[in-house]
Structure formats: structure tokens, C-alpha cells
Write a new protein. Structure first.
Length: 167
């Protein structure tokens, strides 16, 4: 048994209180919104559809996808939660915050912890971190999720259609 782990507890990364410090689901990772500094989890939005796009600041296709999301935010308001999740291990919160501010993107943005990125890869395949493919995950009201199939920039009409279709 690992030091600090309690009897009957699974071994793995162990926190100070002897509890596993890694969530069981990628939607439960605590993220820091780069614009506000507030923490959130994807699972906080249960009951609302969430469009989560993985990206890297250096990726021009990602920027085009985010520009489509910006149009969509204007169309749908608060009915859909948008999250831009940076999966480039070489980028940090400051780089993402500057990117979001300089482009006028006013929705949730965060840097994915490496463990969360790995869980996304495990669930959706390596494409989910292939920034030039502009990956978008739809998380439905019940927290089921699917990776949208179309690679590259997804126009507003397609995103709206995907949300209507659900998971």
C-alpha cells in the first residue's frame, strides 16, 4: 500500500488527506478560467449543453473555430456554455488569457492539466488534441459527451445542428 493511502483505497496518486487527488472523470477536473481566475468544472454545467473546443494559441484553424464560436455566442446567448480548453503543454494561463482578450473572446477558457488531456485522449482518441483539426466536444445536459466528427472549422449552423441532435 502506498504511504498515506488508507486501507481499501486504490493506489495511485494520493493527496494529503489520503484521498486520490485525480477525479474519476475528465469533466470533474478543476479548471481555472483564464479571464476571471475563478475555478470551474465541466460537470458544473449539468443540465446545459456545453461546447468544449480543444485548442492551442499557435493554431490558426483553432482561431477560426473560436471566431465561429464568437458568432454563436451572440446568437444563442447563455443557452449553451462554451469552453476553450488549451491542450498544448507548452502554453500557460497567461498566454491563453492574452489570446482570449486580444481576440475579444468572452467565454470560459482554461489550460488542461496533463492528466485531463490524457483522459480526453483515452475517451475520444488522439484527434481530440490535434489542434489543426479544431476538435469540438459536445457535452449534453446529462453529461454524456461526443466528439464532433467533422474536422476543421465547424460553422455556426453545424454547431447549432449538433447541439439540437444531442448526444
Amino acid at each position: 500500500m502506498e504511504e498515506g493511502a488508507e486501507e481499501g483505497e486504490e493506489t495511485g496518486e494520493v493527496g494529503e488527506a489520503g484521498e486520490s487527488s485525480l477525479p474519476a472523470d475528465w469533466k470533474d477536473y478543476e479548471l481555472v478560467d483564464t479571464r476571471t481566475g475563478e475555478t470551474f468544472r465541466v460537470s458544473d454545467f449539468k443540465g446545459k449543453p456545453v461546447l468544449l473546443e480543444t485548442f492551442a494559441v499557435w493554431c490558426p484553424t483553432c482561431l477560426k473555430q473560436q471566431q465561429e464560436v464568437k458568432k454563436m455566442v451572440g446568437n444563442l446567448g447563455n443557452g449553451v456554455i462554451h469552453i476553450s480548453l488549451d491542450v498544448d503543454p507548452n502554453e500557460d494561463e497567461e498566454i491563453v488569457r492574452n489570446h482570449m482578450e486580444s481576440n475579444g473572446f468572452k467565454w470560459y477558457s482554461a489550460v488542461a492539466p496533463p492528466e485531463m488531456t490524457q483522459e480526453l485522449i483515452d475517451e475520444f482518441g488522439i484527434t481530440v488534441v490535434n489542434a489543426p483539426a479544431a476538435p469540438v466536444i459536445l457535452v449534453c445536459e446529462d453529461q454524456s459527451a461526443r466528439l464532433l466528427e467533422q474536422r476543421g472549422v465547424k460553422p455556426v449552423a453545424l454547431l447549432e445542428e449538433e447541439i439540437e441532435q444531442g448526444c
